[in-house]
Design a protein around this ligand. Sequence first.
Ligand code: HAS
Length: 558
Amino acid sequence: MQLVNRSLQKPLLVLLLFPLLPLAFGIYHGLIQALFRAGWISEDSFLGIEYYEGLTGHGVFNAIVLTTFFAVAFGHTIISEALGKAIPTKWVWWSTSLMVVGSAMTAIAIFMGNSSVLYTFYPPLKADPMFYIGLVVAVVGSWIAFWSWIPLYRQWRREDPGAKTPMAVVGILTTFIIWQICTLPVAYELLFMLIPWSLGWVDTINSLLARTLFWFFGHALVYFWLLPAYTAYYALLPKLAGGKLYSDFAGRFVFLVFLVLSTPLGLHHQFADPGVASKWKAVHTTLTALVSMPSVMTAFTIAASLEFAARRNEGNGLFRWWAKLPHFDRSRWLFPYLFCGLLIFIFGGATGIVNASYNMNAVVHNTAWVPAHFHFTVGGPVFLVILGVTLLLLQVWTHRKLVMPKLAISVPYFWAIGVMLMSMGMFITGLQGAPRRTNTGMSYLNPESEEFVSEWAWGSHLTSIGAILMTLSMVFFFVVLSRQVIAIFQKRHEEKVSLEFSEPLHNENVPWVKNFGPWIFAAVVLIAIAYTPAIMQVVDQEVVPSPRFAPNQPGIPQ
Ligand code: HAS
């Protein structure tokens, strides 16, 4: 495959490297939170950053900024390499610049200290207008990237009408079609509700409508995070393992089912909210159960692809073939990033299914169980694929081989063990009733505090040990990354690196998974059915005016 447009190198480096700066803050704050909650350090360790301010940064930088920049960078690379099309540099710069400016505005608003609204920005928590405007600008930047790919894809289809769209392109276009659909409701929330309210143009806000619009976007957001990882699993992992993708049809079907089912199920985040009838929550619960199916299919398809690769490499036995996978092969250092992510995701998926059960959700909602679940998902496969593929894309765009493959291989293993311990600790304390968040200055493990809960000690200590290992893993990652960046500027060792896409073992030819059109139509119809009555019910309710609240002073309007 040919990399067609080297003029994209600079914006691509910006997309890959810029979000790693705020990520470093996000990682630091994650560690501090865990140690503080376990009573190992005092409030002073937050370095003057208030708990909710840091938590807002942790969520926004790690879960929104990093993931969006990565998805766009991965998308540019896939469209360039798999379709062999030159993306107009002008559009890439426009998109990248808006994303950088928007993210910087939001970051400044967070660090000004008056935007501690968390990544969910639920009213009546109110942020500085710059927080919301920055988010809008960044999202528009990501849209422009997607729009620049559409004419290239259509041109590619016209040139070769019978050809199958490459799997990586199916994956990345599905990701961005979902993104385009799901960002519309949150754009409405931001433009017509939160921004006028934060500017003081209107006095009141319908908090329940804002939450509903947020989750209309918010659950699809998790698939916007996940699907670039699935793109790597289907398009890169089988080849990396030394084999082939077990079923071409399964991959295409999985992405297209996600396209239909990712959005119309956000009410499963609002089971505890009054004001939305149970029957609509039940519809969303059913759709949530259905959206687990493409992940279950992925588990089987990818496991079969890995088994095929290992047996090809003389692996045998029921489980012994695992040993024949390239877990520590320096020339295939990316493998453990993807593989460890899959292992972690087994637990992320199982706990997601617990969350999705109406009754069991009542036990775990708003407890430490929920962050444990999402560190097994967005902090597992999603994050490890981002780390590994970022290193890969740096090589692709700068023509430098990875300089420290041995250290790079240690990163996913330390991360995986760390995230397992951290999340296990939070599962335990969550089931014991530990809340998901805590008030500023409150560690439940300070024996001198009135809030001291001795039963949560064991799990919280486990969480802290895990958080330390995760931080260590990130230190290793940043060493590898810094060394790689230095190599880019030392103008030597130029060596072409390309994305190596997997071949299918079974190359089924199923016509109804060839076009996006019918699936987009089905998605829009299903969203209309699942959301229209629920939103009408929320809109019809009388708005109870609420003053502004700040999380660091619960109960005290600001
Ligand atoms: Fe979730 C809350 C339900 C998946 C992220 N989720 C969250 C939040 C986040 C999040 C961030 O129903 C917190 C939001 C907040 O701030 O309040 N989630 C689910 C369900 C799934 C699920 C049913 N979540 C994800 C993914 C995420 C993510 C993916 C990020 C990327 N989640 C919920 C619910 C809540 C929730 C409720 C609300 C909780 C509350 O009360 O607040 C499913 O999609 C999961 C399906 C996954 C599987 C796993 C498949 C396994 C694979 C690995 C195979 C391994 C191999 C390795 C091949 C069924 C693919 C080889 C192995 C061999 C054995 C050979």
